[in-house]
Write a protein that binds this ligand. Structure first.
Ligand code: HEC
Length: 203
């Protein structure tokens, strides 16, 4: 019995020393253009899923169907998220191309679990490019983004741009009567309207 314990301890010490030697040697390729082994990737996936599930558990989800909330979220999303998570009509960016892990395309993927999305947006994800937006935004602003991203896969480019552009011009709902403009396919009208808010399009 004592001998077994001694052997187990020796193996552990040797394994620890081998690990330390590997870490210190610098032979690990930490480049973002060299993917993990499939097994490592699998382990990280499970670690992330379980961590997010557990930390998001018990979160109270507010009303995410409020149109004002969705509109405020659109403004934030257009400003801070499209370079990594894309948008209707934006199918790739140079920033996103170089990232590992690749940020999910939220314009098609949306969010499936609002509490988990809230947690990820607020806290970010270590060793990925996903920032902790909770450092700079309060919970209400983060729920606005969750509410918006939930709707995003249903939006076409015109709807998205109208919503994001209008929200950036005027966050006070003064243009709420234009609500149907993105979906009415009347492009001349949409463009003329956008032209009035001059930074929406660059013509
Ligand atoms: C610099 C790139 C970058 C920016 C900017 C960014 N993200 Fe992310 N985001 C990521 C990456 C990378 C992941 C995947 C992390 C992982 O693999 O665990 C991610 C994951 C997420 C997820 C989880 C998706 C899922 O299904 O697992 C959500 C939700 C999310 N981001 C929302 C946002 C929102 C909202 C913004 C803007 C406020 C934003 N992100 C800005 C890189 C970014």
């Amino acid at each position: 019995m004592k001998k077994t314990i001694a052997i187990v301890l020796l193996v552990l010490v040797l394994a620890g020393a081998a690990l330390a030697a590997f870490v210190l040697s610098g032979s690990y390729d930490i480049g973002a253009d060299r993917p993990h082994w499939a097994l490592t990737e699998r382990v990280i996936d499970v670690l992330r899923e379980r961590s997010i599930e557990r930390h998001a558990d018990g979160t109270t989800v507010p009303d995410l169907d409020d149109p004002q909330r969705i509109r405020r979220g659109a403004e934030h999303y257009a400003e801070m998220c499209t370079s990594c998570h894309l948008a209707p009509g934006l199918h790739g960016t140079e920033l996103r191309e170089g990232l590992y892990p690749q940020p999910p395309d939220l314009s098609t993927h949306g969010v499936h679990d609002p509490a988990e999305a809230f947690w990820v947006i607020k806290h970010g994800v270590k060793l990925t490019a996903m920032p902790a937006w909770g450092r700079s935004h309060d919970d209400a602003a983060i729920w606005d983004m969750v509410a918006f991203v939930r709707q995003l896969p249903k939006m076409d480019q015109a709807t998205f741009e109208a919503m994001a552009g209008r929200a950036a011009d005027d966050g006070h709902g003064g243009h709420a009567h234009h609500h149907g403009e993105g979906s009415d396919a009347d492009h001349d009208h949409a463009d003329a309207d956008a032209g009035a808010h001059d930074h929406e399009h660059e013509h």
